[in-house]
Design a protein around this ligand. Structure first.
Ligand SMILES: [Zn+2]
Ligand SMILES: [Zn+2]
Length: 103
C-alpha cells in the first residue's frame, strides 16, 4: 500500500519496525510515509473516546490502539467495498447473450 498522501511506495525496513505510520482516514486504512509524517496537516480520523489517531480499520470496524475502543465504520463507506452478489454477472451475461442471439 503506498503513502496515501504522496503515493510513495513502502520500502522494506532495513532493521526493526517500519517507520511508516498507520492510520485511518475516511474510514479506511492508510499508510503515511516518513516524509509526510513530518507534515502535520493529516486528515486522519481520531478516536471518539480518547482522541488518539492510532487507529486500525478492519472488517468494517475501527479499533483504537491506544484505549481499545471499537466502533463500526460508517455504513456508507462500507457499501463502497461490498462486491455485487454472486451470480449477478452470470445472469447479466446470459441476458446479454439472449439479446445478442448467442444463447
Ligand atoms: Zn508520503
Ligand atoms: Zn481511543
Amino acid at each position: 500500500m503506498p503513502c496515501y498522501r504522496c503515493g510513495a511506495r513502502q520500502t522494506d525496513p532495513v532493521r526493526g519496525a517500519s517507520p511508516w505510520q498507520r492510520g485511518v482516514r475516511n474510514e479506511s486504512q492508510v499508510l503515511i510515509c516518513p516524509d509526510c509524517q513530518r507534515l502535520h496537516d493529516h486528515d486522519l480520523d481520531a478516536c471518539s473516546t480518547c482522541g488518539s489517531r492510532a487507529l486500525i480499520c478492519r472488517l468494517g470496524e475501527v479499533e483504537c490502539r491506544s484505549c481499545g475502543a471499537v466502533r463500526m465504520a460508517r455504513s456508507d463507506a462500507l457499501t463502497v467495498s461490498v462486491p455485487p452478489p454472486p451470480g449477478l454477472s452470470a445472469e447479466v451475461e446470459a441476458a446479454l447473450n439472449r439479446v445478442l442471439g448467442r444463447a
